[in-house]
Design a protein around this ligand. Structure first.
Ligand SMILES: [Zn+2]
Length: 327
């Protein structure tokens, strides 16, 4: 419940010039507008095959029944007038990442009978950046703050459900990267595990013996995996190599083990707060940054990518978490 002293109206009623001073009246009135939102969770409990849309339809939650969470924080297109444009930070939309995320959801369901949990931010990034802390994300607007709270609440509920039904899970934050500032377009998918470029530039031996793996968003997964940290990042069963085998160049992978000075996104707010960094918890996270060409320019591209990514997810769970998603 919010109570806002919206404004103090001072109304000065001036009478016409030829009336006496005593007839001039001044009114001062305080107007209190109450803005109230339903309590978070009041639209629950969340059931598979139902859809939950939050206040204003700004955030959509498709509950799942598998240990997979997908989110699309930067693919929305709603620009409600009552939410002012954000005045600082990045405002670029990750074009078609909402469509891409829904295509992955539909492909997993239709072809593999796997229902991931999916959380979509429908607001355009000019109104809410759902991959920043709340201050930068919503910039003080109460409706944007509510959408921010719902976005993370739904993810939290998905995580709770997964940890009730499974030992482990994976949260994939779906993004799109554009051309580099110098005009070069890196057509690789960038996988963010919260390792900086310079950390990925280290040798396998360094990563396996010297590096503190609790700094990675897949800390929990690496503890479960039979593979070494460097292998999970860029070996034959790494997320990147599994994508490469299906025709999608990726970084890190066997072919591209590290950025080597190239532009690269290592993972943002969502990857940090919803993965297993520092905690080693059951839900790990990866930020996926897809280029537009070949993946998200049209429905045939994003459906093909959805097919490949679905296979990658199934293999990845099998190898690293010993979870068979298909049976
Ligand atoms: Zn993004």
């Amino acid at each position: 419940m919010f109570k806002i002293n919206l404004l103090v109206l001072s109304l000065l009623f001036l009478t016409s010039c030829n009336k006496s001073k005593e007839e001039e009246e001044t009114f001062t009135q305080e107007v209190i507008i109450e803005v109230s939102f339903p309590e978070l969770g009041s639209d629950g409990p969340y059931e598979v095959n139902k859809v939950y849309n939050g206040v204003g339809n700004y955030i959509t939650y498709y509950p799942g029944n598998s240990p997979i969470i997908l989110s699309a924080p930067h693919g929305g297109d709603l620009t409600p007038d009552d939410i002012p444009d954000r005045s600082w930070g990045t405002t670029v939309t990750d074009t078609n990442t909402k469509q891409l995320t829904l295509a992955i959801m539909n492909f997993l369901d239709t072809n593999h009978n796997i229902k991931p949990h999916v959380i979509i931010n429908n607001l355009k990034r000019t109104k809410l950046d759902a991959n920043r802390d709340k201050v930068e994300a919503a910039q003080g607007d109460i409706s944007a703050e509510r959408a921010f709270d719902e976005f993370h609440y739904y993810i939290s509920k998905a995580k709770e459900k997964i940890l009730t039904d499974y030992t482990d899970g994976l949260f994939l934050d779906i993004h799109g990267h554009g051309q580099n500032p110098d005009g070069f377009y890196d057509l690789r998918t960038w996988l963010g595990y919260l390792l900086s470029s310079s950390e990925l530039d280290q040798s396998d031996e360094f990563l396996d013996t010297e590096f503190d793996i609790s700094e990675s968003s897949i800390y929990g997964l690496v503890n479960k995996s039979p593979e070494k940290f460097s292998e999970v990042l860029r070996g034959p069963n790494s997320f990147g190599h599994l994508l490469e085998e299906r025709g999608y160049e990726s970084l890190p992978s066997i072919v591209s083990p590290s950025p080597e000075g190239m532009r690269y996104f290592s993972g943002g707010y969502n990857t940090y707060v919803h993965g297993s960094v520092e905690t080693g918890g059951g839900i790990s996270s990866i930020q996926l940054e897809m280029p537009a060409p070949g993946i998200r320019q049209n429905s045939s591209q994003w459906n093909d990518f959805a097919s490949a990514l679905s296979e990658v997810i199934i293999v990845y769970f099998n190898v690293h978490l010993d979870i068979d998603l298909v049976n």
